[in-house]
Ligand binder design. Structure first.
Ligand SMILES: Nc1nc2c(ncn2[C@@H]2O[C@H](COP(=O)(O)OP(=O)(O)OP(=O)(O)O)[C@@H](O)[C@H]2O)c(=O)[nH]1
Ligand SMILES: C=C(OP(=O)(O)O)C(=O)O
Length: 211
């Protein structure tokens, strides 16, 4: 199934210096390297996805921003330092200012196993006129949120975001063949599960020290 619309995918990327605190037990250097690799592999997969016209990464890390731009992503800094959902909306405003035909989507940056065909399938199921989303593998968070237009793009990422998005009236996209899209990595056990699915090349290099 191919998406019938063109999407602009906003990817929020917390600076690796602070990101993925629940991987801190692996050592600070490994945590940082993994966080960075997750973001690069996620963005690379999104850029390769049918139906995705633009990937806009939002990060305050200027070195990672340069690497993301080299892959082909557009990059913006966070609009505020303490409210990622506001930053996502600001980024979507800019996305649509640059190309009014794009439908906005938000994709978490911690999906190192993400496959382009799975993201494309999920986007194809997001074609309606309501906000829709894909829950994370635990069924508690959200990995992808899609809106038909800017006015209906109301991200509410954070603890328990699946419930928050349902409360906002968003439709859950339930697919049994998108395991890599749902596999966010917060903990070492999540990383092991992602390795089982098959991870992107940057994460494979970063994780090699653990094997
Ligand atoms: N740009 C930006 N992205 C953020 C921010 N906070 C979280 N994110 C991103 O939002 C997504 C989901 O965040 P989490 O899974 O909680 O990631 P995290 O905050 O690095 O992980 P923990 O420290 O373990 O909570 C990931 O893509 C993060 O990079 C922020 O303040 N700014
Ligand atoms: C921010 C989120 O990620 P997590 O719950 O994995 O921290 C979310 O799922 O909305």
């Amino acid at each position: 199934m191919v998406p019938e619309h063109r999407y602009g995918v906003v990817v929020p990327v917390k600076p690796p210096a602070f990101a993925k605190s629940r991987l801190g037990g692996l050592g600070d250097r490994t945590r940082r390297t993994l966080a960075q690799a997750f973001a690069l592999d996620t963005v690379a997969a999104a850029l390769a996805t049918e139906g995705v016209a633009t990937v806009l990464a939002v990060t305050d890390d200027h070195l990672l921003a340069a690497e993301l731009a080299e892959l082909g992503a557009q990059v913006l800094p966070d609009a505020t330092t303490d409210d990622m959902n506001t930053s996502l909306v600001q980024a979507a405003v800019e996305l649509v200012r640059r190309d009014a035909a794009l439908r906005p989507a938000a994709l978490c940056a911690d999906l190192p196993a993400l496959r382009a065909d799975e993201l494309s399938r999920a986007l194809a199921c997001a074609a309606g006129d309501e906000m829709s989303f894909v829950a994370d593998a635990d069924g508690i968070g959200t990995t992808l949120l899609v809106a038909p237009d800017l006015a209906r793009f109301r991200p509410s990422f954070g603890a328990g975001s699946r419930e928050m998005h349902l409360d906002l009236g968003a439709r859950e996209i339930v697919l049994d063949d998108v395991p890599t899209l749902r596999r966010d990595v917060d903990t070492p056990a999540d990383l092991a599960a992602a390795l089982e699915l098959g991870i992107g090349p940057r994460t494979a290099r970063a994780a090699a020290v653990l094997l």
